[in-house]
Design a binder for this molecule. Structure first.
Ligand code: KIV
Length: 276
């Protein structure tokens, strides 16, 4: 399918047109290429790479080096989708100047925007990055980088006070110039209120049906992450057993001599062979 490269304006227009926005995470060339071909609107090089690709326990265990490494691979594959780089833990929480420098690193690699999780100094840092000309996607609700401070991996905004805080955070991020906000693990009717209050699109993950768009971690959708399956995930295919089966069959065929066959081999002319 031939289409144009998706711009920031296109993303904002999708909300105005009441057309749902689609987003997935990618960390490597082949997967990013397939989702781009499938027609995804936005691709996030998520810090969830820590959990689903690198086998780490927490997203706080990846830094700029890992994120840039994966961003480069994904960028090579993307022709159309709007590409968002996820700023890793401590790349924007520590020092505002460093935050801008790190956000620019993602843009230098061809990202169209960066994403920042909410934390106490989030407004100041967001403002600085936006003022430097870098589009920012906010992320509120369950913010995995600071999940310990939120009482763990729990749904956020479940009482009126907590829900009001989320609404205020969303309104402030819009005022500061964010082009979109991820709502993670938020009750559906709280996400609905936020979505209705904002002119910029909300993209939900575990935030119900009323968000302007949806994002999932691709390895969850593909059934490629066996450690944990959150309630909000829909597994569209279960690849793990299929891949395991393919590996077992390969091992069996090499050991038994079924693979390779002449069809997988290269040949040499007899007269050349005779000269050796
Ligand atoms: O890193 C990630 O995958 C994310 C999404 C869950 C929004 O931030």
């Amino acid at each position: 399918m031939e289409r144009n490269k998706i711009t920031l304006e296109d993303i904002k227009r999708l909300k105005q047109k009441k057309q749902k926005i689609t987003m997935l995470t990618a960390y490597d060339f082949p997967t990013a290429s397939l989702m781009d071909q499938a027609g995804i609107d936005m691709v996030l090089v998520g810090d969830s790479v820590a959990n689903v690709v690198l086998g780490l326990k927490s997203t706080t265990q990846v830094g700029m080096a890992e994120m840039i490494h994966h961003t480069k691979a994904v960028k090579r594959a993307i022709k159309y989708a709007f590409l968002v780089g996820d700023m890793p833990f401590e790349s924007y929480q520590v020092n505002p100047e460093e935050s801008v420098k790190n956000a620019k690193r993602f843009m230098d690699e061809g990202c169209d925007a960066v994403k920042l999780e909410w934390f106490d100094k989030c407004p100041q840092v967001t403002e600085k990055i936006i003022k430097a000309g870098i589009p920012v996607m906010g992320h509120i609700g369950l913010t995995p980088q600071t999940a310990d401070q939120l009482g763990g991996f729990k749904v956020q905004g479940k009482d009126a006070e907590a829900a009001k805080r989320l609404i205020q955070q969303a309104e402030l991020l819009e005022k500061l110039g964010c082009f979109s906000i991820v709502l993670e693990c938020v009750p559906d009717l709280v996400a609905k209120q936020i979505t209705e209050k904002l002119r910029i699109p909300t993209v939900g993950i575990g935030a119900g049906i009323y968000c302007d768009g949806q994002v999932l971690v691709t390895h969850d959708l593909l059934g490629l992450f066996e450690r944990f399956k959150p309630k909000f995930v829909k597994q569209y295919i279960n690849l793990s057993p299929k891949i395991l089966e393919a590996f077992k069959q390969y091992i069996e065929e090499v050991v038994s001599g079924k693979f390779p066959t002449p069809e997988h081999s290269f040949t040499i002319k007899k007269e050349e062979l005779d000269k050796i």
